[in-house]
Design a binder for this molecule. Structure first.
Ligand code: PEP
Length: 247
């Protein structure tokens, strides 16, 4: 049985004052029946971890470097995320692929480093609107899956997030059939590559304009085990509505 996961990606949002939202979330869900993960900016990670210590909420990073340490100014290693209190890291988000030219190969190297450090790697895949309109969605997702996911993946250390780029922060959401088609495809690919046991145990998240108002129907789609949420994870009240829909 896959445990549901509500993951929040704060992106480059939040200074110290934002920790009060995390505190409010922890108070709203003293013993959640689903996993709750918040990925704040790295500057807040350690304090966020302290804020949720001994609660059912965990924290994660938004990226890591493939190397363990060294001359990589401005980068963060997986061990550093662990040291700051993280248990997961988002990798290959489309904004990183776009802003930093990240390719599948480097996402895979980062995921390897994350898994070696004991982190869960949340690997993001998703098509652009152009690719969807050209009926290339499954080809694109298939390539991202085989290129970005390392061989050492298990149901414990890998989570895949399907995030159509055109749905992120836009208020546009694919139809439930479209979400279902991609999630079934991802499940199938994971089963083929890793075998049924591992393939069936990896959690698949949907991401892209998830809100309290649409969460319920999205969580009803087969092979959707939760959500990766951007904008609606910034306020405890909005994120609580999504968690309620998942519980
Ligand atoms: C995201 O960036 O991962 C995301 C899903 O953003 P939003 O929920 O704001 O669309």
């Amino acid at each position: 049985m896959r445990r549901k996961l509500a993951a929040g990606n704060w992106k480059m949002n939040g200074t110290s004052a934002a920790l009060s939202e995390l505190d409010a979330l922890a108070r709203a869900f003293p013993s959640p029946s689903v996993d709750i993960l918040i990925c704040p900016p790295t500057t807040l990670l350690h304090r966020a971890a302290e804020t949720v210590r001994n609660t059912g909420i965990t924290v994660g990073g938004q990226d890591c470097h493939p190397a363990a340490s060294g001359a990589h100014t401005g980068d963060i290693s997986a061990d550093m995320l662990v040291d700051a209190g993280a248990n997961a890291v988002i990798l290959g988000h489309s904004e990183r692929r776009e802003d930093h030219g990240e390719q599948n190969e480097s996402v895979r190297a980062k995921a390897r480093a994350a898994m070696d450090a004991g982190l869960k790697a949340i690997i993001c895949v998703g098509e652009s609107l152009e690719q969807r309109e050209a009926a290339n969605t499954l080809d694109i997702i298939g390539g991202q899956l085989s290129g970005s996911i390392p061989d050492q993946s298990t149901g414990e250390n890998l989570i895949v997030a399907y995030e159509p780029i055109w749905a992120i922060g836009t208020g546009k959401v694919p139809t439930l059939d479209e979400i279902g088609e991609v999630h079934d495809f991802i499940r199938n690919r994971l089963e083929r590559r890793f075998g049924e046991g591992v393939g069936r145990s990896v959690r698949l998240l949907y991401g892209g304009s998830v809100k309290p108002s649409n969460a319920n129907e999205i969580f009803g789609v087969s092979n959707v085990d939760g959500a990766l949420v951007g904008g609606a994870s910034l306020k405890a009240q909005d994120f609580s509505g999504i968690i309620d829909a998942l519980q």
